[in-house]
Design a protein around this ligand. Structure first.
Ligand code: UDP
Ligand code: MG
Length: 327
């Protein structure tokens, strides 16, 4: 069975109790259409505080295609997704969010592209519905800023909604970093990747699990994960302030020789404040990179699995400390 599984679907879920049944229904239907019985659905519960895990457990006991994974606590979207990607066995892996913003029904088109030799087919949003102006505007700015800062080509306006080949997933799984920006890591792999434009719908139920603070952290992970340009900020600021100092000196000399003395408590205060803030900013940037080095150097596991409800065959493959309930 392990070798012949055609498709795995991986879905990270955090407080998605209202949506899980509908998710299961729609995804199962489209998988049946595409690959018949040769698929598995991997639902990863990312430490939800609501009834998500209970519902997942029930679904996985009634549907043998469903593998339910319970993480030990909330690890965050990217790590929950990584857990699912590590556990899945399919020849192709379909990733989507639990909120059905990205239509599972595009799977046949993605499969067709992959039949043509693509390794990754990612959804690219041409329209987003049901999201706040702020969310859309911040995403717009973020993807364009990121594009300017990183050296690889990370496609704009894409999420983690995509179909990946087994070899792409294996490469992704072999990357050990903790601060994961998975859509960037997939681009970094290379191989043949294509975009499939689509319109993003509103959430099926519930609210976004990405408040501003998480979005900012995610953005910083993306930038620091793929670029060391911010580290050069110190040099750029150094040059700018050096030039400003020369101009100021010239101004002071001219005034001195024309018989005036330069007045200056305010200007002095402004200069001191400006320099101080730039220095703090640069130290902060250094801190971001240093902190990441520190976290990586500890080499802790990316996620802890507490329990898995799966078939005995998959259960046998698991090695992390966890309770496995074989179906
Ligand atoms: N998610 C998760 N852990 C978290 C936050 C989110 O597993 O800590 C899941 C969430 O359940 C959803 C996906 O990640 O399936 C994307 O989150 P969401 O839809 O809230 O993000 P948005 O679409 O608003 O950017
Ligand atoms: Mg969403």
């Amino acid at each position: 069975m392990a070798a012949s599984m055609k498709l795995s679907v991986v879905v990270p879920c955090y407080n998605e109790e209202e949506g899980v049944h509908e998710l299961h229904r729609r995804v199962s239907a489209i998988c049946q259409t595409c690959v018949g019985d040769s698929y598995e659905l991997i639902f990863v519960n990312d430490g939800s505080k609501d009834a998500t895990w209970k519902i997942m457990g029930k679904i996985s006991r009634t549907d043998e295609k469903v593998v339910a994974i319970n993480l030990s606590r909330n690890h965050g979207h990217q790590l929950a997704l990584s857990a699912g990607l590590q556990m899945c066995r399919g020849e192709r892996v379909f990733v989507l969010d639990a909120d059905l913003q990205d239509p599972p029904e595009l799977l046949p088109q993605m499969m067709a592209r992959m039949d043509d030799g693509c390794d990754v087919v990612f959804g690219q949003r041409i329209k987003r519905e049901g999201e706040t102006f702020f969310k859309k505007a911040s995403a717009f700015v973020f993807y364009r800023l990121l594009g300017r800062m990183v050296d690889i080509d990370i496609p704009r306006d894409t999420g983690d909604y995509r179909l990946m080949s087994r070899r792409a997933v294996d490469v992704l799984n072999s990357m050990p970093e903790h601060h994961r920006f998975i859509r960037g890591m997939v681009s970094w792999i290379g191989l043949r990747q294509e975009a499939l434009p689509y319109e993003r719908s509103a959430r099926f139920a519930g609210e976004t699990k990405y408040p501003l603070s998480k979005m900012i952290r995610f953005a910083i992970d993306a930038i620091t994960g793929f670029s060391v340009r911010p580290l050069r900020l110190a040099s750029y600021f150094g040059i700018c302030f050096g030039i400003a100092t020369l101009l100021l000196l010239a101004y002071v000399f001219v005034h001195y020789f024309t018989g005036h003395s330069v007045e200056g408590w305010t200007s002095l205060a402004v200069i001191v404040l400006a320099l101080g803030s730039v220095q703090l900013l640069v130290v902060g940037v250094l801190g971001e990179y240093l902190g990441r080095l520190y976290v990586e150097s500890k080499g802790r596991p990316l996620f802890i699995i507490q329990e898995v409800i799966a078939s005995p065959e998959l259960s046998a493959r698991l090695d992390a400390p966890k309770k496995v309930t074989a179906k």
